[in-house]
Design a protein around this ligand. Sequence first.
Ligand code: DC
Length: 223
Amino acid sequence: MIDAIAIDGPAGAGKSTVARAVARKLGFTFLDTGAMYRCAALAVVRRGVDAKDEAAVTKIAEQIAIHFEQGEPQKVFLDEDDVTTEIRLERIGDLASRVSVFRGVRMAMVRLQKVLAGGGRVVMEGRDTTTVVCPDARLKVFLTASADERARRRVLELQARGEDADFQTIRAEIVERDKRDSSREHSPLMIAPGAVVIETDEMSVNDVVDRVIEAYYAEGKSE
Ligand code: DC
């Protein structure tokens, strides 16, 4: 067992916000695995490679250096370049979902994620942290919310950043991304055996954070 919390769920379920807050409260490191796929997607754009070219995209994923700098906010570096803001663009998120279907890309990312999580005291979040990266985490959580609620949250987030946000467009993108993330051949998004499912539609961020921490301590007691 690794003394870690792994949180998976669909786009917009609030995984990052919750994982970050839980990590802060427990004094653990926060590991945003989606940021790594976003770095791979950004590298593909920067190098002008066709995102459908599996061999070329895989090569890039194997070559790039990604590292995190802890802090508020946590910074993400791609080949020594601070890409914290750039990887949050919607089109990079969409491309991340596309390149993450490739097996070689996943292998490269998971290899690094296992190293980063291996020492424990980590809260990680993504699509396969409970099933592939760290199935032996002390607590596994599947965090979800309805597509309407997730689209509503994303619109608010984008508006807060001064970006254009149309509810119906965002909702359609979320549904499409869910489908791709859940139906892909390699490490699809799914509920891991033993995971605690938290449906967050009616919950505040604080409620969810408390629930995760409660579940984490409860797992310890049942050992
Ligand atoms: O969580 P996010 O929106 O930052 O993730 C972007 C994309 O990366 C997501 O649509 C699918 C992919 N991803 C993945 O395949 N596995 C992970 N563990 C995390 C993200």
